[in-house]
Ligand binder design. Structure first.
Ligand SMILES: [Zn+2]
Length: 440
């Protein structure tokens, strides 16, 4: 408090700013401790320093006024006056001229929370402070942003953090509170309209609720490739594609389910399912996405050469490379004529191809981002399109993920490793989240 008082009198702007933050910090503490005297002092300090910094302090002035009225009433009536009511979020009018509003919020890779606003954030529109209760193992990091949220309070989740809340704190302030049982180390940066907050812990699973949608309404069909008499690719140490695909799919199912999606699998055990029946199943379930999960392979003489994650979507455009992969994955169709595929491809509409392409990009990007924290050498071969029978007939965006080469000695060892599978599944789930947040 002494430091705040001293700094508030300074002519140096950064000292005043520090004082402002100190007051804010102490103000929050005073509310929690019901310390009226401290509360008044802090409000006065906030108003004084805020004005110096040209920060909008009208809310603090109102609060102070209310407190004084309440005190007068209390003295007059000898009992508690009704509490001043905070404005309900529905009373907030998002149309105030020049008011900044939150447009979107999303997770980037595994550890960055990105908030995008309707206009650029100015220097004095973001204040951060910490509240640490070391004895209670309660640590908070708070971001106050001069902006509005048109939605209700949101719970955001990141497994490195006990709690993350985003809410309209008062008429002009959007508040994000990170709470944890150990000290919170975060970095943040403002770039134009974006505020990026980097979590301290890496490689944790995360989930979040995108702004304007209800995930529980989204239906996802996961299709573990092959199964039963069809082992798929058999690679290094005779590891089998059908086993890896199912193990990964189960992990993905659990993560997506936890995040609120409705999830179905085309197979839950080691059973044979025809290629055509897989998309039929997804259509019957009215799925919003169809994800076919596979592992790639090459002939033994090339085992050491081919590796990397790749994601495919169905399209008339194809490379020689994707034709080769498609030829392996299409084995089940056997004698099906090439003409049949041409017909199927011509029936597809542009929008669905485009949506599948976007989905493939989101999955590919997020798989690599999720893995690279721990597995630096992981490589990706990008997004490609090709004539995959398993994707034909899907009435929703549909992609085929090749988790890696089960024929490559290093990659195969990872593919059967449950920790690696989990991290890969988290990456796919993040990709699904990102896809829906951009394409609600
Ligand atoms: Zn396969």
């Amino acid at each position: 408090m002494n430091r705040a008082h001293k700094n508030s009198a300074s002519s140096n702007k950064s000292h005043v700013f520090r004082a402002y933050n100190d007051y804010k910090n102490l103000y929050a503490r005073s509310i929690m401790n019901n310390d009226d005297a401290l509360c008044d002092t802090c409000l006065n300090g906030l108003i004084k320093t805020g004005k110096k910094l040209r920060i909008d302090v009208i809310e603090y002035e109102n609060e102070l006024k209310n407190r004084q009225q309440k005190k007068t009433l209390k003295q007059a009536s000898g009992q508690d006056a009704p509490l001043h009511k905070k404005p309900e979020s529905k009373d907030i009018q998002p149309s105030i001229a020049g008011q900044n509003s939150l447009k979107s919020i999303r997770w980037k890779d595994n550890q960055r929370l990105v908030l995008k606003f309707s206009r650029a954030l100015r220097d004095n529109e973001l204040n951060t402070f910490v509240l640490n209760y070391t004895k209670k193992n309660k640590y908070k990091k708070i971001y106050d942003i001069h902006a509005i949220l048109s939605e209700k309070t949101m719970e955001l989740k990141h497994s490195s953090m006990k709690n993350i809340r985003l809410a309209q704190f008062d008429k002009n302030t959007l508040r994000i509170v990170f709470e944890n049982d150990s000290e919170i180390m975060q970095e943040y940066k403002v770039e134009g309209r974006e505020l990026t907050i980097k979590m301290s812990s890496v490689n944790r699973e995360l989930s979040y609720i995108p702004l304007k949608q209800n995930l529980s309404k989204k239906v996802i069909v996961i299709d573990p490739g092959h199964g039963g008499r069809d082992a798929g690719a058999v690679g290094y140490r005779n590891y089998r594609e059908k086993v890896v695909a199912l193990q990964l799919s189960k992990k993905l199912r659990d993560i997506l389910f936890k995040r609120g999606y409705t999830v179905h699998m085309t197979r839950n055990g080691d059973t044979f399912v025809k290629l055509r029946d897989r998309t039929h199943f997804a259509n019957k379930k009215n799925a919003d996405l169809f994800l076919s999960v596979h592992a790639n392979s090459v002939p033994k003489k090339n085992w050491n050469k081919a590796q990397g994650i790749e994601t495919y979507f169905l399209s008339t455009n194809r490379s020689e490379r994707s034709m080769n992969v498609a030829a392996i994955e299409n084995v089940d169709i056997g004698n099906m004529k090439q003409g049949g595929m041409q017909d199927a491809l011509h029936l597809m509409n542009r929008e669905k191809i485009f949506a599948s392409n976007k989905l493939a990009i989101d999955l590919q990007t997020n798989m690599l981002a999720s893995l690279r924290d721990n597995y630096e050498s992981v490589s990706g071969n990008g997004v490609q399109s090709g004539p995959f029978w398993v994707l034909v007939g899907a009435q929703m965006p549909a992609v085929l993920v090749e988790l890696g080469f089960i024929s490559h000695p290093t990659e195969a060892k990872r593919l059967v490793d449950h920790r690696y599978q989990q991290q890969l599944a988290v990456g796919i789930a993040n990709g699904v989240d990102v896809y829906f947040s951009n394409n609600p």
